[in-house]
Ligand binder design. Structure first.
Ligand code: TXA
Ligand code: MG
Length: 339
């Protein structure tokens, strides 16, 4: 179905509420990235999310709630350690995977017996969920495979004509998605690094990191792991290891010989080292919060500037660097250069 997509201001929240109550999808801001929401209790509404995004139907959705009581009404039970994490990190960028109640339709969970729940820390998201009186299933509001949207205009670029409305709450804060944690086994399993860091979680509970590599016959621990992600049209090349700068310089020469337009993504302090190309600044060196807030927008900018290749300086895997590198590795796919 083709829609005339409306951009709604926060004052037009009631329009978004009634669309959601009628079983339509609406994009809305969260503290991480924009989500594409629909009534998590209605199979038909949830199906529209998959259609609008072009998302594979076995990749389950996160259900967004406004309160802990609402979240817990959707699950069969939860361990004490999960409660500790809720106390500390909700509302916030932490998604917990727990055994689901049967009122959650299989379309939400890709047929899994578990459901992922979180409480977003964003006033507009919270009042939207509270006003609809519904839990909202919401993946990131991008076309499947594209970089996640951190502004309403990114959602517009991907989904205009495919959804009825986008609730505009300005740029999102974090810029990378929530941490996804499987709480159905102990130690808990980290399925996706995100806004809440591994170090922060390990101060409170035991965590094992689910391997990103898995065999050809076994299913991945989280279905989202097997799909291509966060990719702009340009080829993404991630350079890591001991001499990243040398690696990038060699690759720039190679690209130029082939007549390709190059972008380099790195900390601001490296700008002078890479003249005469599109420089995508991650901000002040070591400021992971600034880098996280920018990565998706920078990937989109490289496309706007019609770059053929984006060469990215690898970052250390500490703190929020782990989530940032996870997204950059997925964007690069096999194009990772070890120096
Ligand atoms: O910050 C976020 O989490 C954003 C905002 C909108 O809340 N949402 C988001 O959703 O990133 P999405 O759909 O792009 O990513 C959800 C991830 C996927 O990797 C999916 O496979 C995983 O969570 N997931 C969802 N339900 C799951 C479940 N029951 N078991 C294992 N993994 C699950
Ligand atoms: Mg996503």
């Amino acid at each position: 179905m083709a829609y005339q997509t409306r951009i709604l201001t926060s004052a037009e929240l009631p329009v978004a509420v009634s669309l959601l109550q009628q079983g339509e999808c609406v994009a809305f801001p969260t503290e991480t990235v924009y989500g594409l929401g629909a009534n998590a209790l209605a199979e038909e509404a949830v199906t529209k999310i998959y259609q609008a995004k072009g998302r594979p139907s076995d990749n389950p959705l996160i259900v967004h709630c406004h309160s802990r009581d609402q979240a817990l009404s959707l699950v069969e039970g939860w361990p004490r350690e999960a409660q500790t994490l809720m106390d500390k990190f909700w509302p916030g960028p932490l998604t917990l995977v727990l055994p689901k109640k049967s009122l959650i339709p299989p379309a939400v969970t890709g047929g899994l017996p578990t459901v992922a729940v979180r409480i977003p820390n964003h006033p507009l998201a919270l009042s939207l969920i509270r006003s609809t009186g519904l839990p909202l299933a919401a993946p990131s509001a991008n076309l499947s495979g594209r970089p996640s949207p951190t502004r309403a205009e990114h959602v517009w670029q991907d989904l205009a004509g495919r959804i009825p409305a986008i609730l505009d709450g300005g740029p999102t804060g974090w810029g990378v998605e929530s941490t996804v944690l499987d709480c159905t086994t102990y130690p808990f399993r980290l399925l996706r690094p995100g806004g809440v860091t591994l170090e922060e979680l390990r101060e409170l509970v035991a965590i094992e990191v689910a391997p990103d590599q898995y065999g050809p016959t076994e299913p991945p621990p989280s279905p989202g792991m097997k799909y291509k992600h966060y990719s702009p049209a340009a080829q993404v090349v991630l350079v890591v290891g001991k001499d990243i700068q040398q690696g990038i310089k060699e690759r720039i020469e190679e690209c130029r010989r082939q007549g390709q337009k190059v972008a380099v993504m790195a900390w601001e302090e490296f700008r002078r080292d890479y003249p005469n190309l599109t420089f995508l600044s991650l901000g002040r060196a070591g400021d992971y919060n600034a880098a996280a807030a920018r990565i998706y927008q920078l990937l989109r900018r490289a496309d706007e500037e019609r770059c053929d290749v984006i060469l990215i300086h690898g970052l250390p895997q500490e703190s929020l660097g782990m989530a940032i590198m996870n997204r950059l590795q997925k964007a690069a796919g096999p194009n990772i250069i070890q120096t």
